[in-house]
Design a protein around this ligand. Structure first.
Ligand code: C2O
Ligand code: CU
Ligand code: CU
Length: 580
């Protein structure tokens, strides 16, 4: 293990780490905002290690960080570049690193299956396929994600591309383009991070308590990440200064959206422009207006539907249902070449039309416990907790799918899926507001039978071996099993394990009544399963061997996935049942 200590952090005033606007008293922000260093290039080294940070007077806090004791550098990537990330784990315990929001092969995605052992280095390589966007990276070890994130491992990823570069936008990192990792933490009496407590009263940006930052009097871009465990933020500025949202999770919006409030759930990112041109010599504060959050969202006065739903210690946390400050912006002289305008339009978005969907899949969230403790979790997706050994469903490569989320629990959950960016079709039946019509990978699903539908396409990457995750991004919920996993399967590939070539051939395709199946004899006896595009097994034949004739006359017209599994291996193929 390697220990690093951060000398540049100043501790905050004893007793006042929380700035409560609602109660009428404000403490002055007094620590300069830490700006994470950047790393870029085709080979990037990330070293995970434990460290200490003197957050509070008294004992230093034990932390985890990347290339330093707390958080990690901002990774700057160019679209279409090749990158290798060498992640070395000096934490003294296993972990993983996931590139949240990025479209990468499952082997490079860093989910719970891609464990980095102590003192090992994991070196995924991939081509950056993203549009200009703000993503982030964090650990994803099953049941330990929250512990590793809240102790300090998280960092931003900025992707640049030519379309964004051609727009008149601020992009001088740390000057008029600020990375802001928003978090809250709970410390115990000995100043150590409490994992999973509800008293996260310490508000920080980039790991800095009570921060201020000097900004120029011009258009300033903020890249926001909600990196908190559970808390939803309702962001805005003092004086209700308007701002423009220009980007959501997966990149720029089609046009800037003028707002005075932005709700940001755990895992979500947003890019904002704020015009400070008229504010030289003044300060404004970035605030979470928690007093305005409706019930049944974590952070509101009432976290659940109905008064009966309680979380231990929730009501004694002064952040809940109150307004609090993240950051004071002290506006100084403009830079030599300031951006002073907001572009009228940004990028062209091409959401898939709903009619193009190959399949619809349903996900229902339920609490394990009924009654007033339902809100404390755990929560299930489709009735089951996460099981590392169970693939919840397979998605055929290139499928366009509508995912329909229904929240039958008393609290809103931010749902996240790996591999893809999606477009929200509707929330509780209504079209999403303009700032949620861009590319997304997290969506807050309202409580009490709330529904969200989104559409996405599973392109480019398929694997029989490594699944992608979907889960609630409240890290306590995820760790307690509110997660599932799916594989993307390339049906044309005839996936094999230890068998050369395509192990499975079907004809005719489309089929009407009968499908002829040729199987690699080396596969021996096994089980043949036909799955519809919603992932339901519609025909199962056990202890069979090829060649086979399969009666498909009872199946509705449409696409199917055929899987043959034996102890010798697995082969799959897609086929279509077509009838007039
Ligand atoms: Cu941000 Cu599966 O995670
Ligand atoms: Cu992710
Ligand atoms: Cu949840």
């Amino acid at each position: 293990m390697r220990d690093l200590t951060l000398p540049s952090f100043r501790s905050s005033l004893p007793g006042t780490v929380l700035v409560l606007l609602a109660s009428g008293f404000t403490a002055s922000a007094q620590n300069p905002l830490a700006i994470p260093p950047t790393v870029s290039g085709t080979e990037i080294d990330l070293e995970l290690a434990t460290g200490t940070v003197p957050f509070l007077p008294g004992a230093a806090t034990q932390t985890m960080g990347v290339n330093g004791p707390l958080l990690g550098p901002t990774i700057i990537l160019q679209q279409d570049q090749q990158v290798t990330l060498n992640v070395t784990n000096h934490l003294g315990e296993p972990t993983t690193i996931h590139w949240h929001g990025m479209h990468v092969p499952p082997e490079a995605d860093g989910g719970p299956h891609i464990v980095i052992d102590p003192d090992a280095t994991w070196s995924p390589s991939f081509t950056v396929l993203e549009q200009a966007s703000t993503h982030w990276y964090h650990p994803h070890l099953h049941m330990h994600t929250n512990a590793h994130v809240i102790k300090g491992i998280a960092g931003l990823i900025i992707v640049r591309d030519p379309v964004e570069a051609a727009l008149t936008l601020p992009r001088t990192y740390g000057v008029d383009d600020l990375p802001l990792v928003l978090q809250t933490k709970q410390f115990d009496a000995g100043n150590q991070v409490v994992v999973g407590g509800a008293l996260d009263t310490h508000v920080m940006v980039n790991g800095t308590l009570d921060p201020y930052v000097d900004v120029p009097a011009q258009m300033v871009r903020l890249r926001l990440l909600n990196g908190a465990t559970e808390r939803v933020f309702n962001l805005g500025f003092t004086g209700n200064q308007p701002f423009y949202q220009i980007g959501s999770d997966g990149g720029l919006l089609s046009a800037p959206v003028t707002l005075t409030r932005l709700r940001l759930a755990p895992g979500e990112r947003a890019e904002l422009l704020v015009d400070l041109g008229a504010l030289q010599g003044q300060s404004i504060e970035l605030v979470s207006f928690g007093s305005e959050l409706p019930a049944a969202i974590y952070g509101a006065a009432q976290p659940g539907m109905g008064m009966g739903q309680t979380i231990p210690n929730y009501t004694s946390n002064p952040l809940n249902g109150n307004d609090f400050t993240f950051l004071r912006l002290d506006v100084g002289a403009p830079t030599a070449d300031p951006i002073t305008t907001v572009p009228a339009t940004l990028v062209t978005l091409n959401p898939w039309p709903e009619a193009s969907a190959d399949a619809t899949r349903s996900f229902t969230f339920t609490p394990v416990n009924m009654g007033p403790t339902a809100i404390q979790g755990p929560f299930l997706i489709n009735g089951a907790p996460y099981d590392m050994m169970t693939i919840n469903f397979d998605v055929p490569l290139d499928n366009i799918e509508v995912w329909q989320l229904t929240n039958q629990s008393p609290i809103a959950h931010p749902f996240h899926v790996h591999d893809v960016q999606f477009y929200i079709l509707d929330i509780n039946g209504a079209a999403p507001p303009p700032n949620m019509q861009g590319r997304k990978d997290v969506v807050l699903v309202p409580a009490g039978m709330g529904t969200v539908r989104f559409i996405t396409r599973f392109e480019d990457f398929a694997s029989e071996e490594v699944p992608y995750m979907y889960h609630c991004h409240m890290l306590t919920h995820e760790d307690a099993g509110m997660m599932g996993q799916f594989r993307v399967i390339d049906p044309s590939q005839g996936v094999e394990e230890g068998i050369a070539g395509n192990g499975l051939v079907v004809a005719p395709n489309p089929a009407v009544n009968q499908l002829r199946i040729t199987l690699d004899p080396a596969l021996g006896l096994g089980t043949l399963t036909v799955t519809d595009l919603a992932g339901r097994a519609v025909l199962v034949h056990k202890e069979v061997a090829g060649p086979l004739r399969l009666d498909v006359g009872t199946l509705p017209s449409g696409g199917y996935l055929l899987t043959f599994r034996s102890v010798k291996g697995t082969a799959t193929s897609r086929f279509v049942v077509g009838r007039e």
